[in-house]
Design a protein around this ligand. Structure first.
Ligand code: FES
Length: 249
């Protein structure tokens, strides 16, 4: 009986997520235009980090290569499945795709698209409870992305600074904001404490994470955008479509 445009949010979610997944899939299997270095820069897109395939450009393979070079195996096949799992099991994304793709339910006070409802108590959705472990993996991968952002300032001739560095750093800062605003992170930091007064440091951290947590949905979308923008920027420079704007070196 709702007469407002309740369908708009699920529709935008379907469009946004489908577009992002399509872009990411194309890029992950493209296996080119993912890396570029020069006198003062060393740019690696997050979609190819860590680059561990035998097909990787050796200059991009910071951690060695041990995966066979195969068009069906992404160059970053070690990190991508965990990142996918992290986002798939994220409390916000669950809400988003349950509503928009599964119509379960599509909006408040709108009938469910399904006749029965078993929540997340059965296979395969019971695995949504593993989100905490995906968070641990995502935390480690965020460290890796931080490393990529740091060494992006160091090219073949030493230090440099350009627009690409800003893009990579902004992306990693926002990725951290998304990662630590995770509900599991909030619980790991401040959950199960009976007396906050006895744990002042954890309380302060929990307060900080809680503030970020309130913005988790926005950060979920913003980081999808920054990931795509960062990748697209590196692709464009690497392909020679545009030049990196250099401030130093
Ligand atoms: Fe969204 Fe953990 S709840 S990343």
């Amino acid at each position: 009986m709702r007469t407002d445009r309740w369908w708009l949010a699920p529709l935008l979610t379907v469009i946004g997520l489908t577009a992002w997944v399509a872009y990411a899939t194309v890029r992950v299997f493209m296996q080119k235009w993912y890396f570029l270095d020069g006198p003062g820069f060393h740019y690696l897109t997050p979609f190819y980090s860590p680059c561990i395939s035998n097909g990787c450009d050796p200059r991009a393979a910071e951690f060695g290569t041990f995966l066979p070079d195969n068009p069906l195996i992404p160059y970053a096949a070690l990190s991508l499945p965990f990142l996918l799992l992290f986002r798939l099991t994220c409390y916000y994304y669950r809400r988003a795709y349950y509503r928009s793709f599964w119509m379960s339910p599509p909006a408040c006070a709108v009938p469910d698209g399904h006749k029965t409802y078993s929540g997340e108590t059965r296979f395969p959705l019971i695995f949504q409870n593993a989100h905490r472990y995906a968070f641990y993996a995502a935390f480690l991968i965020s460290l890796l992305n931080t490393w990529d952002a740091i060494i992006s300032f160091h090219g073949t001739d030493g230090f440099g600074f350009g627009l690409g560095n800003l893009v990579l750093v902004a992306n990693v800062v926002l990725l951290w904001a998304y990662t630590i605003s995770c509900h599991s992170c909030r619980h790991i930091i401040g959950g199960r404490l009976k007396h906050f007064s006895k744990h002042p440091v954890r309380y302060r951290m929990w307060t900080f994470v809680s503030r970020l947590n309130a913005k988790h949905m926005q950060l979920a979308w913003i980081t999808l955008a920054t990931l795509a923008i960062t990748d697209f920027y590196v692709m464009g420079v690497s392909a020679g479509w545009w030049n990196d704007l250099r401030f130093i070196n």
